[in-house]
Design a protein around this ligand. Structure first.
Ligand SMILES: *Cc1c(COP(=O)(O)O)cnc(C)c1O
Length: 345
């Protein structure tokens, strides 16, 4: 009898004999290590631990979950790619997401030769259940991506709609919570025991300020995790990155203060933008960025570039919208000064 999760896993992955690294075969810490063809000299001469136990313990403590339900990836993009590789048969299976959203789902789908169904969010950038419902009966639909808070719209998707999907979709649901630490909404991590088909991904790239080290986290039940561990590259997180991440995670107070500062700056930025002529809409944001509708996004983007102020032009996905990350107060002020000047031209 196949478990609920196993039935969604590609046949070749179910049968996969994973690479057995030297550190899989002997995981003790003490000894004379002559088994991995490492150089006996140096500081970083040893391969890293393939399963990052110390880092997972720390994350489990911060997120109030179990280290046995954590995957660590080379950015959350690795977790997204692994989900395709584990659950979607190339050229046959499908995935689904709600647009506009994070572009990596589509890139990763294309790389893996998986069709991505893109359902439009409604005017409030929320899920339209009526559009979605017919797809639940598609046997080849294996994976649904939900980004909440959503990038680039900035808003949380409704918990009720997400639970509706978790309850009714017979496949894997991946919730991308890259921005969850900027809002008060509880994470879906606590629902993992309730829904065996749920994967929650988070990242140290945004609220933790560690985009440079590439560290993403997947929270999932032990069975899904066993597939992630089999398919990932054996030593996917370097020793340096594991240590750097742990150092930052041990300074939780600093992190909380930074998030608070960014959110205060965001409120300030919203207030100031409201007074600028030519800013048509500032969409509600549950993240560290604002989606803003302007009169002419392409033009504004170019004018700001000329001042070496770089925002994200989203005109191609939402008409005349730009996405602005919240910077330091000095950076935000320079942006505002430029915008005010343009509106006086
Ligand atoms: C920034 C972002 C990520 C982060 O990806 P990493 O690979 O962990 O840096 C993931 N999802 C969304 C929606 C993002 O905006």
């Amino acid at each position: 009898m196949k478990s609920k999760v196993q039935q969604f896993v590609r046949k070749n992955i179910q049968a996969l004999a994973p690479y057995s690294s030297a550190r899989d075969e002997y995981s003790g810490k003490e000894g004379i290590f002559l088994d991995a063809n490492e150089n006996p000299f140096g500081v970083y001469n040893r391969y890293p631990d393939p399963y990052q136990p110390a880092l997972k313990e720390k994350l489990a403590q911060i997120k109030n979950t179990s280290a046995d339900q954590i995957f660590i990836g080379n950015g959350s993009d690795e977790a997204i790619d692994l989900a395709f590789r584990i659950f979607c048969e190339p050229g046959q299976d499908k995935a689904l997401t709600f647009v506009p959203t994070y572009g990596m789902y589509e890139v990763s789908a294309n790389i893996n030769d998986v069709e991505l169904i893109k359902l439009p969010l409604n005017e409030e950038f929320q899920i339209d259940r009526n559009l979605l419902q017919p797809f639940f009966s598609d046997k080849n639909l294996k994976l649904i991506f939900i980004c909440s808070p959503n990038n680039p719209t900035g808003n949380l998707l409704r918990t009720g709609d997400i639970e509706f999907i978790l309850k009714n979709f017979n496949g894997i649901v991946l919730i991308d919570e890259a921005y969850i630490d900027f809002c008060d909404q509880p994470s879906f991590i606590k629902k993992i025991s309730e829904y065996p088909n749920l994967i929650v991904i988070q990242t140290l790239s945004k609220a933790w300020g560690l985009a440079g080290i590439r560290l993403g986290i997947g929270y999932m039940n032990e069975e899904i995790l066993s597939y992630f561990n089999r398919v990932k590259a054996p030593y996917n997180i370097s020793t340096v990155n594991q240590q750097t991440a742990l150092d930052i995670l041990n300074k939780e107070q600093d992190y909380r203060q930074k998030v608070k500062d960014i959110l205060a700056e965001k409120e300030q930025l919203i207030q100031n933008l409201t007074c600028v002529k030519g800013i048509l809409t500032i969409y509600p944001s549950d993240a560290n960025f604002l989606l803003v509708e302007v009169e002419n996004a392409d033009e504004l983007y170019e004018k700001l570039i000329a001042r070496k102020i770089i925002i994200r032009n989203r005109n191609s996905v939402i008409k005349n919208c730009v996405r602005i990350s919240v910077g330091t107060s000095g950076e935000n002020e320079q942006l505002l000064n430029a915008l005010k000047e343009f509106s006086n031209d």
